[in-house]
Each structure stands twice: as structure tokens, then as C-alpha cells.
Ligand binder design. Sequence first.
Ligand SMILES: [Ca+2]
Length: 301
Amino acid sequence: MSQLTEVVAASCMVGIVALSAPAFAQTTVTSFAPFSDPPPAGVWYEADVRPGGTASVANLSGVGGNLENNQPLPIGAAKITTDLTNAAKAEVAVTNNYGIAATIIPTLEIGYSWHKASNAGQNLNSAPSLKLTFFNPVCDETPGGDCFATLVYEPYQNGFGNFPPLDTWLRSDLNQTVGSWWTTGGFGVGNGFGGCGDPTCPTLAAWLSTLTPDFSQADLVAVSVGVGSFNQGQIGYFDKVVIAGTNANASYDFEPAPQFQTLGQCISTLIADNCTGLNGKARATCNHEQQMTCFDLFNIK
Ligand SMILES: [Ca+2]
């Protein structure tokens, strides 16, 4: 048994790893749960998938090009699509008790990698957008307030050009001053319907200082990624969603379902392949993510 294999074997057996440990664990997501209300915390689910829209986890092995070779976390990614109808929409989300706006916006670090694929007849502006939904269960906004608002980050409004690059993995890492967001309305401001009435939408810090005090006490309850509606012909991919600076930090890697029937089979493969067998890319050493892959796949913490 090589020294490396011993390290891997020992790590797998005890589940404790000292190599390049990230600030928090990476979670592997192999599918989207069906819609439910309320959804289980921490579970990615089909928050709003309408006719003509699809949400799945794609295996990118063998597709070639930038999509396969530059993906942030091989071998798979989330895939969201719309057909050539305005009604089509595909939005997936994860919910949790992330904390209230006043507390977490100053510390929030949120990012995702996204890819907009070529598709004849598609809307060329849109790309997978990132959404933050805030809800204040005790406020009483009038008039028209429901104490609920979703802030939407659109790549085409954020420095990627009016027509974001096609067939290229790109990444957006956002915080209170990096990234601008339009609002679906609430907390004293009407629905922006995709715009802001201004070339630049407000940052999160700006929203925190301009919306009503009820917003500052609202909980961030959901993080979503979506395409549509009124964005026809989208083939969007996303991966490596990182949510930090909240009460429920997480990093998500979207991967096809494992071909392993048992945890032992998974670990055996990991060891036999010197860590290369689980994600399709050779690496010099087994890093933390690789070592935790089997445990994540079988939901063993
Ligand atoms: Ca992945």
C-alpha cells in the first residue's frame, strides 16, 4: 500500500481530513427535489419550474468544449432550460435560516459559476440569474406590502455585456458592494420587472440603506438560480454555488448520481484510482473534496 493510499484509506475510515480543508463542507447535489411548501432546509428543489422549463443535473463527460473542459467542479453541473415560449421557466432554490438582512448583507459572500449555451432562436440577453428572497414574518407594510421581496442578479446587467458570452463558463462572486440587483417589489419599492429605471441596479448595501426598516429585519430565506419566464430558448448550466457570511453557509457541487451501490464500493474506487476515479480529472493528491465525496454521496457526515 502506497503512502498516499494509506492516507486516503485512513481518511476515509475516520472521516476526518487535514488536507486543504475548506471553511465549510461542500455538499454534492445529484438531483432537484420536487416542489414542496415549505421545502426542507438545505435541499435544492424545483421552486418554480413551469411548462416548457426543465431542471436537472447533467453529466458533462464527453460533451467536449468549454462546457466540459472548463467546468468548475467536474464532472457535472445543474442544467436549467426553457423552450421557445414566454411561459417557460426553470427556477431551482435552496432554503435555510440564513439570517436577517441587517446582519448578513455586510458579511455575505455569494457566488456561482454559470454557462449560457448556444441555441437557435434564444433570448440572447438572459443567462442563469441568481436570486435572493427575503421575508419578514412580522412586518406590516402598507400599501401593497407583503413583507416579501426577491432581489435578482442578472449577468447581462453586471458587466458581462448586454449579450453574455455563449458557450463559456463564467463566474460571479458577489457581496454587498459587488453586484447589482433588481427587485420584484416589497418593502416600499415596486416591482422592477427586470429593470431598475436606472442603468445600474442598486447593490445589496444600497438596498439595505434605502428599503424600509422592515427589510433590514427580514430573513434571507432562499437562494435561487433560474431562467425565464420571457427568456425563450435558454440552455443554462450552473455549478459551485457558494453561500458564505450567513448563519447557514454552504458550498454546492452539482454532480450526476453516483454509480456506486455502496459506500464501500465508492471508497474502493477512490483508493484504487488514487483519487482520480470520482471526478474524472487526475490530481496529484487526494484533496478534501475528493476524500469527502463518498461520504457526501451517501449522506454520511
Ligand atoms: Ca459539478
